[in-house]
Design a protein around this ligand. Sequence first.
Ligand code: SF4
Length: 391
Amino acid sequence: MTDAKENVERIVAEADALYHDLDFGAVKRFKEAHPEAKVIGCLPTYSPKEIIHAAGMLPVHLRGAGDQVEIIRGDAYFQSYICQLPRGIIELALSGRLASFDGFVFPAICDVIRNLSGIWQLLFPEKLARYLDIPQNFDAAVGGRFYARELRSILDDLERLSGAKVSDDDLRRSIAAYNHNRTSIEALMSLRAERPWLVPADEAYLVLRAGDTLLVEDHTRMVDEYVAAVLELDRPKRDHSRVVMSGAFCEQPPLGLIRTFERAGCYIVWDDMTISSRFIVGDVATEGDPLAALASAFVERAVESASVYACKRQKGSELCRTVRRSRAEGVIFAAPSFCDPALLDQPMLQAALDKEQIPWTAFKYAENLGQFQVIREQAGTFSDSIRLWGQ
Ligand code: SF4
């Protein structure tokens, strides 16, 4: 038990240090250990990290500056009525914190990320900046083929950057490494849904966020060790309500806000905060054409999210399924202020919940929010109400 407790504390402390290190010391250490290797920053929400990893590079997920960096120059590039995330990323870049990065991938999720990619090309013409077009058509013969071509084109850019060819076997090895990582993350997510008192939301979040920076093999080890250690702990089960949190797939809420939910009496049994690491449901095939396998996994098994065009099912049906699967009693919509994808989806998701009589509450945040009292009261009232009247 003491060993398990020490292990959990050590792993969470390691993940917490990565979370708070906006100078990206881990990236610098990676480059010192692999002087020839490149580092690629991946903007939200989802990038096919397998192809970056296969090129011998370190993919690092960038999520803004959180509440740790004062935005001074970043504000000059964006109007006031858009989300906070791009200002934080510009601030990180202009303050030299991303100097050890060699390239960046900007997935097509919203106009903000699209515009950020344009600003990037003007500000940092010497760095690789790739816009990743994701399909709007989910027929494998149409959108799948388009996406496989897009992946090929990014891989061509990465090969030019490194000066080395990437073989199909390199890609298959990387796909297998990410399959393993998704399996480990799934085990952690299942444990949260089954026994949330063992896995506090902030710990789960930090351990999953560590995957933004670590090599995938190291992150898989961390997740496996964390799950094994918490299973040995005897943490008390509290009289909390079980909630799903939805809408935080891009700009992240501050850590203090995640802790606030639990302090307000909510166990978060599922959330979309680190959805990028769970974007493909299940394994990607390790036989055949690896780029086609990645493309068909995306068009056939991408998780439902406001950052992907949904045409296969009724909006909200997947959220209702997630609520049932995780035995949640309600949903907290927590979306970044001015986030078009999240906030445009919300009315449709709320209508689907209403139809199934699933209670919900909603509020907005910014990554640098400093005051949580009002949200704590709202979440606490929601938690009490679903426990008192939910039956
Ligand atoms: S928070 Fe929303 S609007 Fe802002 S970059 Fe992310 S998806 Fe786009």
